[in-house]
Ligand binder design. Structure first.
Ligand SMILES: [Zn+2]
Length: 50
């Protein structure tokens, strides 16, 4: 029927932290954008450095 019109994007991935839909990746079943991944990585480094 709608073979070439399948819409699988009812659910648009958005970053759970900032709500951005750009460069969103799934990390531990959460949608996280690249920016927040970078920030998480940095804060992880910072906290481990304390
Ligand atoms: Zn984000």
């Amino acid at each position: 029927m709608d073979g070439d019109k399948i819409i699988l994007r009812k659910y648009e991935p958005a970053c759970v932290f900032c709500g951005s839909a750009q460069n969103v990746q799934v990390f531990r079943n959460k949608n996280i954008c690249q920016d927040c991944i970078d920030q998480l990585a940095r804060s992880a480094h910072l906290s481990s450095a304390v």
